[in-house]
Design a binder for this molecule. Structure first.
Ligand code: F6R
Length: 322
């Protein structure tokens, strides 16, 4: 009996191509007028692109806020560009947040494969349907980036994109690391850590373990975990948990030191696995970090004899809420 009934493996393997296609989707779409804040409203697999955007443009003067709720905050106004991102276009929180943004006269762009949001949006980027939202991260992220570039809000250099596509194209390397980590995890609960800058990447690992592998997983960031979570290690066991550190070439020296010392401290209580992001540019490093985790969650699903694609409990919950 095949476990991967919907061929999630192929979808993950095709991710570099998905990013390439996605880069074209915002062509010709720009938003004019003053923009001094960016809001990304979405849930689950559709929201994480907002966290990644926030990390990617952390040096910009324009703040990014990610809203995973029914309403955008009060500060949203006509100078705010709100992206309402919902793969299905039918997520009630995102639709409601979008409506609240329109009421506040925000500038808006919807990113969706259709649904109600597709129908009601004044301006929308239509993305290909037929995937699980979490497997469509390229389609959900790059159109947002494209609109911001086209609108003169941010600048993304061609060489950043080229490097990212090149790094991701070495799929076998990511697969190999993902498979190795999945084997290491086994029946244990993964605890995933990265610097604050890459905490969204760690969060994506967590949610992919949840949804693909159907397993509990948690994430936290350095340095904050040194001020609380580390104490909890006093009472956990190697048989129950495993720590995964996502390391990055630009982790600052104090973070590197903290990670090294933390590893020493917690090694008596858990195994610690490390993954290094790839590339010179932040865009490559964010997405390479994610790509390892996507494969790790896939292989963990197979090891658990679980089909990685369906998320019945999410669907059932949504039905019960109707
Ligand atoms: C399922 C997934 C979920 C959805 C979330 C919101 O693959 O990743 O987290 O993304 O339930 O649904 P959409 O993305 O359709 O707005």
């Amino acid at each position: 009996m095949p476990i991967d009934n919907s061929n999630m493996l192929k979808v993950i393997e095709d991710f570099p191509q998905q990013c390439k296609t996605a880069l074209e989707l915002a062509k010709g779409m720009s938003v004019s007028g003053k923009i001094d804040k960016i809001v990304v409203a979405g849930m689950g697999g559709s929201a994480v692109g907002g966290d990644l955007l926030k990390a990617y443009i952390h040096n910009s003067n324009i703040p990014v806020f990610v809203v995973r709720d029914y309403k955008v905050p009060n500060f949203v106004d006509e100078n705010t560009l709100v992206f309402a991102v919902s793969y299905s276009g039918n997520t009630e929180e995102t639709i409601s947040a979008y409506e609240s943004a329109i009421n506040k006269k925000a500038k808006s762009v919807a990113v969706t494969s259709g649904g109600k949001l597709g129908e009601m949006a004044k301006r929308a980027i239509k993305i290909p349907s037929g995937l699980q939202p979490r497997a469509a991260l390229g389609y959900l992220f790059f159109p947002v980036l494209g609109v911001l570039v086209n609108s003169g809000v941010i600048d993304v250099k061609g060489k950043e994109i080229e490097e990212m596509l090149d790094v991701l194209s070495k799929t076998d390397e990511f697969k190999g690391v993902g498979e190795r980590i999945a084997k290491k995890i086994g029946a244990r609960t993964p605890l995933i850590y990265a610097s604050e800058l890459l905490s969204a990447t760690a969060y994506r690992w967590k949610t992919q373990f949840n949804e693909n592998s159907k397993t509990a997983a948690f994430h936290h960031a350095f340095p904050e975990m040194n001020h609380n979570e580390i104490v909890g290690y006093q009472r956990i066991n190697k048989s129950d948990f495993i720590a995964i550190f996502i390391r990055d070439k630009d982790d600052n020296e104090r973070i590197i030191k903290r990670m090294d010392i933390t590893k020493e401290i917690i090694s008596s209580r858990v195994d610690v696995e490390e993954v290094f992001t790839k590339g010179e540019y932040l865009l490559s490093r964010i997405f390479s970090g994610i790509y390892y985790g996507d494969f790790a969650s896939y292989y963990l699903a197979l090891a658990n004899k679980i089909d990685p694609t369906p998320v019945a409990v999410i669907e059932n919950l949504k039905k019960r809420l109707k």
